[in-house]
Design a protein around this ligand. Sequence first.
Ligand code: DGJ
Length: 738
Amino acid sequence: MTKTCDIKVRDGVFHLSGPQMSYIMELRPDQALLHRYWGPGLNGYDGANQPDPAKRAFAAALDPDDPRFSLETASLEFSSPHRGDFREASVALRRVDGHPAGRWHFAGYEIRDGLHKPEGLPHLRETESGARTLAVCFTEETSSAELTLYYSVMDGSDALIRSARITNAGREPIYIERALSALVDKPFEGDELVTFYGSHLKEFQISRRPLGHGVTSIGSRRGASSPQYPPFAALCSPGADEHSGEVRAVQLIYSGNHTVSTERDQYDQVRTLIGISPEDFSWKLEPGESFETPQAVLMFSGAGFNGMSQEFHRLYTDRLFPPQWARKERPVLLNSWEMAYFDVSEEKMLPVIREAADLGFELVVLDDGWFGRRNDSKSSLGDWTVNEEKFPGGLESLLGEASEQGIQFGIWFEPEMISPDSDLMRAHPDWAAAYPGAEPLLSRSQLVLDLTRRDVQDYVLDTLSHFLETYPVSYIKWDMNRHMTDAGSALLAPDQTVHRYMLGLYRILGGLTERFPDVLFENCSSGGGRFDPGMSFYMPQTWCSDNSDGLDRQKIQYGASYTFPPSAVTAHVSAVPNHQTGRNVPFATRAGVAASMNMGYELNILDLPPEDKEQIRRQISAYKNERDLVTGGEFFRLCSPFEGDVCAWMLTDPERRRAVIYAFTPAYDAAQIPVTLKVPYLKEEQLYTDEETGRSFSGCELKKAGFAFRFDRGDYPAKKIVLRTDMSKEAGNDHETV
Ligand code: DGJ
């Protein structure tokens, strides 16, 4: 198989391919763009999987002379209502006279180098490695609307990137009621559906179930991608596991309201749709204007869920995260939140900075509570000036101390919000999102700023820019702690606001991160409430949960790793009893869970006994020796905490010279039954030495026979296994033949 991507066209058949993936469509200019295949790479396609269409009762034929062909039964690439396809549509338009418009005719196609970048939206980036894009255009018979479907493939990747653009080429406005990013139909082959569900403190829980008939959908109407149902779904073959089986996954590069749905229909076809939620959505498109959908990533893996994750990790590292950060080792940080909550001050932070530097930290982050009159969650969001009672003379002395100690300093903001009790609200009461004439609901005592407005966007951009010019901090934690209820605006029609809010937010994030490329931005929304590829385009790391409990974190991080590499997932060691669960997970386990990803701490280091400080010093130093695996290595899940009592994962360098395995269990087994961990993904012919025992095993043996060990006695134990090979010792059969 070649590493390069390709788009071939023959007799109306488009064959898009990655190294191990083919995606095939057939254009019937008088009928539709038909979906033909998405799966393991093919060396050609002649329609072997297409039976002759059968004539069906109830089906409406587009052509009375060809009654067997109806959109009701066809496998499609996009679909509009009222044309005989009664499944969920991907595009729905209404003319100014109120009638639907959905009679699409093929108008041409184009293949070009590079990727398509949807205007104003986060997107995959161009790199030196190649990419090809197919654009297929249609015009609408009754309205002069134009629809362009974009398909991109990239060298070395099995992802297919889809998005759509609708243009009003007519003289009257058009209303877009539905504009999803991708629709794919496939035959049902026993597929199972995998999605995430969750809540605050319980993000990325994996749900897997058989796909029954009817529509199964997840989505968000919260104005954020949400911890409840982030925009991801995978269809997998029934036996698929971490290491084998077919997986077809979709994920949206978007952070607002979305829908992901699957429909297993009457004839056992499965339709998958992903895009902006059509609920509460309508977009007036004036003549000459275009509307772009977010990009959807379609990922095929023939090597199970780890295969899928490897592809996502590589794609996002190479083309999504800000390039200057994507492979850069991240500073080990100490955050003030669980140490002091709102009760921060210069007096408290100065000794923390000194102690932190001594223990090996590289960045101290001042979380909530430093601005306005903020002593609890009830006030001051929007008043981004330093509280001089807590920090006399501003933040200069903290920045000065950090620089003297040779460490960096970072700070927390929640820029999208406004407290009713704030100077900003008193000055601009119409800047809070609300439906005119109706009092908006509070959540965490705060309201959402109306980021659909250019003046409000500029205010946020200018305020943060001014802050960063005054205080050259190295890091910003960008928080967002409520969902939208009253997503209205004093200036806009009610149904247009949430997506316009997202465009406003992306404009601010794009502007700021461009102006301050050296500032490390961390995404947060009460933890992982908006952990999606849209936010990750601007911010290379995300605080993935407010739950810092070393046991709960195992499932949360396991789920997050489905599409995000460990560099993108921040994980902190916090105090025990844990502030969220009251649990006492041992220090080593908490550190192991955090060190598996982007590690930090969040506890009062001044309060600790000397032996704990010593442990922190050692943990940080060990992590620094290994964190190249977090940013530049590969991450594999070995054992799922959703399926049994052991959670295990492995980090390796790309050459597989070094492997660090972490295994955890909630329950020590009194019968001391050993755990035998199968460790695939190493070089089978190489000998790997276990750092703890000095014993060596071949990669083949580790994969097939497995590595057996016992957890230490006690609550929530962890086991760390470090395996190394110098690539010189070839494994062989050292047994004599008898
Ligand atoms: C929610 C975040 O997830 C926490 O880490 C902390 O920053 C608080 N907000 C501060 O209000």
